[in-house]
Design a protein around this ligand. Sequence first.
Ligand SMILES: CC(=O)SCCNC(=O)CCNC(=O)[C@H](O)C(C)(C)COP(=O)(O)OP(=O)(O)OC[C@H]1O[C@@H](n2cnc3c(N)ncnc32)[C@H](O)[C@@H]1OP(=O)(O)O
Ligand SMILES: CC(C)C(=O)C(=O)O
Length: 578
Amino acid sequence: MSGIEQNDGIRTEIIGDGSAGTFDYRKYPAYPKPKLSDRTWPDQEITRAPVWASVDLRDGNQALIEPMTVQQKMVFFELLVDIGFKEIEIGFPAASQIDYDFTRRLIEEDLIPQDVTVQVLVQAREELIERTYESLQGVHRAIVHVYNSTSTVQRRDVFRMDQAGIRDLAVQGATWVQEYAKRYPDTDWRFQYSPESFTGTELDYAIDVCNAVLEVWQPRPENPVIINLPATVEMTTPNVFADQIEIVHRQLHHRDAVVLSVHTHNDRGTGIAASELAVMAGADRVEGTLLGNGERTGNMDILTMAMNLYSRGVDPELDLADMARIQKVYEYCNQLPVHPRHPYIGELVYTSFSGSHQDAIRKCMSARKPGDLWDVAYIPIDPTDLGRNYEAVIRVNSQSGKGGVAWLLERETGYNLPRELQPLFSQHVQKEAERTAKEVRADWIVTAFEQEYMARTPLRLGDYRLSSTEAGDDQLSADVHMDGQQQRWVGKGDGPVDAWTSALAQHVGFVVEVDDYAEHTLGTGSDARAVAYVKLKTGERTWWGVGTGGDIARAALDAVSAAVNRELAARAAEAQVA
Ligand SMILES: CC(=O)SCCNC(=O)CCNC(=O)[C@H](O)C(C)(C)COP(=O)(O)OP(=O)(O)OC[C@H]1O[C@@H](n2cnc3c(N)ncnc32)[C@H](O)[C@@H]1OP(=O)(O)O
Ligand SMILES: CC(C)C(=O)C(=O)O
């Protein structure tokens, strides 16, 4: 089968049978925009972290194909505590025995640190509220989070109630939560209310319901309650959500006794932006999950939002340094993979394949001085902060350039190629990348470089002796291995390289002249080796050769020999063609 036929086969397979959907934007209504002409949030800056509340063990868990076991929840809870979450929604104990048992285990085994408050979710239904409190018996402190949907569509089709009916449901739920708490006076209770599907609710009405709940709870600044506004389904651009939050922030009663919280989902892919703008608009607290697991396209990703703060010099108040552990726990508990391009944590997010990016990264990295603020093109944060290294920062394929190839070679061998040699070797690597249509790995690059520029056949310089003549010249007397024979060649000149080129010129049958030269040490200390780069003229042609050695003279002489070998190889190839 020819390449084209093969490609056509793959093409047909990929294109499929043409069963596209009915794609018609006209069936979707526009989103009603709140009126707020004097908005202040665009001028705000986030200068400190909000209160973070992890809902991995509840909202994240309820979206999994296989919800977590008690054991998995334990592992996740430990991680959340170690990262530094102070508020953790641990489940919906009235909904499942696993969540109930997990809650009991945390309490009975005294696994909740003093500074951590657990939170549980419950619907505004008395029997569920009663069981929720049972599950929490003996806890030192807890947040009971009650919710009911207030959206137009759910009022109409799910609850079949009008606005007043749904407000009553919320008030009833809030009352039950307050009443049942009294049965457990030893616990420090905090209450939270969410008008679920807030983004699908008329704004004035949502505020009205929240205020009705607040009238029940009568919070005080020393014992505040949480009003949590969920973008249960993300329905509009983040700026509109920010306007909504600013309006609620202004109109909520008992504002000094309310922690205003947001809980955004990611249906439009802007869940994080919505939470960020909401904080600018007055929200004090943000609920979300690590890496954004959650219903449908997920909850807003706390890891990313926290790292966004970190990368702009704001303390995120979460310690996310051990990304490897976060990834392992996430994969074990959620049974989901981490996307290689997931912000901050993905395998490829500190990697650059493209030439101009690599060139810039290499230059910025070598310009960095100890104590400098981080300012490296294309890499928003220092990967070593998160337990990553610089190894993966540059990888080479057909999109790469000389800078990337030089970086990899330097990382693997310490060779810092002269500027002129970089594009010459890079072309070689580029051909391989195009031939294979794959990434070119570092070990291939090193081998190719050594084969091309450090050739030790057909000519090899063995032992040599260097002496000074009475006339002030240097004389080199060298054992040369060539075509299976050992010969003694002698040359004189100004320094060892000159003496060696003069010896070579007498025997190889072509001009041997040094046109350019560079050298540096490899490593540090008394046993540091040296590397030399020589550009040699052999008549019409020039060749770069590279040598290494225990001292600079050995490195330089081997570099000259390698360049001569390249001319000899070219001549042998030409002779074969002729
Ligand atoms: C956006 C969110 O993430 S909200 C959280 C959602 N999470 C979950 O649902 C996970 C856990 N849930 C469950 O396991 C179950 O739904 C349970 C155990 C809570 C309830 O189970 P069931 O009563 O068997 O079933 P179901 O959830 O279908 O009950 C629906 C009823 O509750 C009512 N309801 C739904 N939500 C609420 C609420 N927040 N407050 C009061 N009533 C509610 C519905 O109107 C419906 O009433 P109807 O029976 O009169 O029609
Ligand atoms: C219960 C609420 C906060 C929720 O999970 C949502 O609306 O997404």
